[in-house]
Ligand binder design. Structure first.
Ligand code: MG
Length: 173
C-alpha cells in the first residue's frame, strides 16, 4: 500500500506526465520535418521522443521502488505553431528550459523534505537537462548558419539522420 502523497511524490507524478508530453511534442516536430521532406531532422526528433518516454518510465520506476502511488493523467495536445524550419528547434530550446525548471523545482522540494534519495536520483536529470539545452542550442546555431543554403541543409539533414538511439545511462532497481 503506497504511503500518502508528499509534495515530492506529487511533483514526481506530475513529471511523469510532463515527460510523456515532451515525447508527444517531439513526435509532432518529427512529423513536421517528415512532411517537409527532411527525414534526418524527423529521425532526430523521433529519437528525442524515445528518450523522453524513457525519462517518463524512469520516474515511474523510481516511484514504484519508493512505494509512491502513480496516477496517469491525460497527455496534453502539442500546441506549438510550426511554420519555418527553425521553429521546432527554437520551441525545443524553450521547452527544455521549462523542463529544467520543473526538475529544479522537484529538487528544491526534495531538499526541503530532506528526501536525499530523491535528490540523488534527480542528479542524473539535472545533468541530462544541461545536455538537452546544449543540443537544442547547437541545432538552432546550425540551422541559422546553414539552413539558408539548400546543399548545406541537405548535409545537415544527413547529419541528423546519423543520430541513433541509446538507452539512458541511469537504471532503477
Ligand atoms: Mg526529458
Amino acid at each position: 500500500m503506497a504511503a500518502d502523497k508528499s509534495k515530492v511524490a506529487k511533483l514526481l507524478n506530475e513529471q511523469v506526465n510532463k515527460e510523456f508530453y515532451s515525447a508527444y511534442l517531439y513526435l509532432d516536430f518529427a512529423n513536421f520535418y517528415e512532411d517537409k521532406g527532411l527525414k534526418g531532422f524527423a529521425n532526430w526528433f523521433n529519437i528525442q521522443a524515445q528518450e523522453e518516454r524513457d525519462h517518463a518510465l524512469l520516474f515511474i520506476q523510481y516511484m514504484q521502488q519508493n512505494d509512491m502511488k502513480i496516477t496517469l493523467d491525460a497527455i496534453a495536445k502539442p500546441d506549438k505553431k510550426l511554420k519555418e524550419l527553425i521553429d521546432p528547434l527554437n520551441e525545443s530550446l524553450k521547452h527544455e528550459k521549462y523542463v529544467t525548471s520543473l526538475i529544479h523545482n522537484i529538487y528544491a522540494a526534495a531538499s526541503e523534505e530532506k528526501d536525499f534519495r530523491c535528490m540523488q536520483f534527480l542528479d542524473w536529470f539535472i545533468k541530462e537537462q544541461a545536455e538537452e539545452e546544449d543540443n537544442a542550442r547547437t541545432n538552432i546555431q546550425k540551422m541559422e548558419l546553414f539552413g539558408g543554403d539548400s546543399k548545406a541543409l541537405y548535409m545537415l539533414d544527413q547529419e541528423m539522420q546519423a543520430r541513433t538511439y541509446t538507452a539512458p545511462s541511469l537504471t532503477i532497481g
